[in-house]
Write a protein that binds this ligand. Sequence first.
Ligand code: NAG
Ligand code: NAG
Ligand code: NAG
Length: 258
Amino acid sequence: MSMEWKYLFLAAALVALSGWFRFYSQPSTFIHHQQVRATPKISFYKLSLQWPPATCHGTLRCKPPIPSDFKIHDIWPQDRYDEPIPPYKKKNPCTRKRPTLRKDLRIKLHTVEAHLTSEWPNLTDGLNMTANYKFWGSEWEKHGTCSDYPDDPLTYFKSALKLRRGIKTIVRFGRQTSWTVNQVADEVFYVLKAYPQIACNLNPSRTQKQLWEIRLCYDRPNPGQTPHILINCTHILRVRKGKIIGPCKSLSDSIFFP
Ligand SMILES: *[C@@H]1O[C@H](CO)[C@@H](O)[C@H](O)[C@H]1NC(C)=O
Ligand SMILES: *[C@@H]1O[C@H](CO)[C@@H](O)[C@H](O)[C@H]1NC(C)=O
Ligand SMILES: *[C@@H]1O[C@H](CO)[C@@H](O)[C@H](O)[C@H]1NC(C)=O
């Protein structure tokens, strides 16, 4: 056989083989899909706002001054079971776009850096830009790379800033007071007309549950938009794989607002 004929023969054999393979591999793919939960799809976004006096007296060691208004922790894409959308990995190529690399965030976020520093600081050392970019970089890798904006971190970060700026009041009660989880949720519902998720942490001596975070849920926006329609969160207490996590276990738990 000439060289060309050899290649033609090989090509034909390959086509035949791949057709056979596709045909016979279908039943097993089908079974596989029934067993494994389908690739998670974004259902809504969760804006997580932390109360710095609780974060800094319980979870982190912070350099003063400790802010006394709610600061952004992150905005998370969640699936319909209220589980976080997993981050981008070679094994989880959630998008065909190439997610922006963490090392490029400094260039991409340059124009909103001051605004991020004020509303989304790394509370450990909020005026240290290296610390801030470390925080934004890790949140970006974990939650931004499989959001609706994998190659557009500026829009991702700005979407949270915009939501935060739109909320003047979250709760009307003063500091150094105690409430049940349910009362806090009702208060947020009264003010914002949507039920939040409440996250608690423990004070440094681990004797008291504290109001650590209030999380707000937003419908997944249409393409070209950012989250803006508040919806009720599905779980007032934090749930992971069907189980309540964190120190607060019941809506009647009493929590301190430091
Ligand atoms: C700023 O933060 C970085 C790492 O997050 C740290 O290595 C550095 O020492 C900090 N700078 C100052 C002045 O504290
Ligand atoms: C926040 O800053 C501290 C101090 O620089 C650093 O050690 C820590 O890793 C940063 N947090 C995150 C989540 O990157
Ligand atoms: C949220 O839940 C409350 C109480 O169940 C209900 O009255 C309200 O209509 C819900 N809001 C939305 C946006 O679904």
